[in-house]
Design a protein around this ligand. Structure first.
Ligand code: HPA
Length: 270
């Protein structure tokens, strides 16, 4: 696998993706931060050797290199999900490539449902911890021990310093930033009422279909990571409304300005 990672990284380096400091994975409906980026290079996932190919239409599916808040950043516009048929190794391959290109920090965003009913749609949540319900690990492959520690410590998977900074930035900018536990499921179906009850009982505050695999791999790489969820729907099992994906995207768009403030200020202060 290392050979494939190095090959992808070398390809990107040759095409102007030089020495990024921060990697950013943009969640569904969270692409507007690109307006703040001075873009130097971009490359569709389909054109990068060894990258999984982009399938979901509302993901533009490209890697972008540029400057944000005075720092060199590499952004993933659109990510890969297990529900699209990719393996956990496919889904996390770009994280390994960004690391090979030199990123020192990883920021992740996603759209998620609010399981904690004190949290409302359109609000945002800093991920403090997670529960992996994807039924597998991106580290469960032969040879993983050659690439780092196999039994990766998960006692603090989200970087404490970045989380503290994000909370400070939120309070300075009047952003109501919740903090909680993100549970990651495969999807693509949404949850049943019984599943939302279960998620609440096991301690989840939010549920989504991404992020946890990437965070596990970041920890494998000793790459400090922070992640923020935009809450797009309220998962009240006793009053469950049918969700539609368009509404999820609309809600994510609504919270975008706050996400942009958090990420761009954080990058400035790193
Ligand atoms: N469940 C799973 N994934 C989601 C949800 C949800 O309620 N909302 C946005 N992504």
């Amino acid at each position: 696998m290392q050979r494939y990672i190095d090959e992808s990284a070398a390809f990107l380096k040759d095409r102007g993706f030089g020495e990024p400091e921060v990697g950013i994975i943009l969640g569904t409906g969270l692409g507007k931060i690109l307006e703040e980026v001075e873009i130097q290079s971009e490359m569709s996932y389909n054109h990068i050797p060894n990258f999984p190919t982009a399938t979901v239409e509302f993901h533009h599916g490209k890697l972008i290199f540029g400057t944000l808040s005075g720092k060199k950043v590499i952004l993933m516009q659109g990510r890969f999900h297990v529900y699209e048929g990719y393996t956990l190794r496919d889904v996390t391959f770009p994280v390994r490539v960004m690391h090979a290109l030199g990123v020192k920090k990883l920021l992740v965003s996603n759209a998620a449902g609010a399981v904690n009913l004190d949290f409302k749609k359109g609000e945002i949540m800093l991920i403090d911890d997670h529960i992996n319900l994807q039924g597998g690990s991106p580290l469960a492959f032969r040879g993983v021990e050659k690439m780092g520690e196999r039994f990766v410590d998960m006692s603090a998977p989200y970087d404490r310093d970045m989380n503290m900074l994000l909370e400070k930035i939120a309070s300075e900018n009047d952003i109501n930033l919740h903090k909680g536990v993100y549970a990651s499921v495969v999807g693509p179906q949404l949850e049943t009422r019984a599943e939302y009850r279960y998620l609440k009982i096991i301690g989840a505050d939010a549920v989504g279909m991404s992020t946890v695999p990437e965070v596990i791999v970041a920890n494998h790489l000793n790459l400090p990571v922070a992640a923020v969820s935009v809450l797009t729907d309220e998962c009240d099992p006793d009053n469950l409304q049918p969700v539609n994906i368009q509404e999820i995207i609309t809600m994510a768009n609504k919270a975008e300005p706050e996400m942009i403030t958090l990420f761009s200020e954080l990058i400035k202060q790193l």
